[in-house]
Design a protein around this ligand. Sequence first.
Ligand code: HEC
Length: 152
Amino acid sequence: MRKIALAAASLVAVALAGPVAAEDVPMDKVEQAVKYRQAVMSTMGGLVGTAVGQLRDGFEFGPGLDTVAASLVATTDDIPALFPAGTDFGETDATAEVWSDAEGFAEKSKEAKEAAASFQEAVASGDKATLMGAFKAVGDSCKGCHEAYRKQ
Ligand code: HEC
């Protein structure tokens, strides 16, 4: 918590430094860029865990499943952008193939993006069987990329 508060406090300095596009992360921001993508990935993990609690364990409290699905759509929208060139070293679990096989990585990203969109549609439909199938596909898409592009 303290760490997050400190990070939030340092936001002021970041705001003053100006925006950084994915294609030109400067050397002195590589560490932050790695942490940033891990934070976005952790968010996805939290969203999937939230959906598991509701779909498998039946918890009816917490954020609505439609919001969870919408957030998955948002976080999977452009995964390759989270892996800018030059952020392939340091405290990262990304394998070199993320960059050397950018096409394959983009394909896995697309699968996750499409799975999230289908899950959102399934949530809106309210059909439980469709919902479970669509959610499983989301999990499979995460796993599919991790097996290929994340250090085990
Ligand atoms: C296209 C590839 C790809 C997809 C799709 C993908 N991930 Fe990841 N994920 C990665 C890579 C690569 C890393 C390692 C990042 C790093 O350490 O720099 C990672 C790391 C993570 C981490 C660890 C973050 C940390 O704090 O170190 C979590 C949690 C995670 N992913 C969850 C998910 C979930 C949940 C999904 C599906 C909704 C998903 N990922 C989809 C490639 C992917």
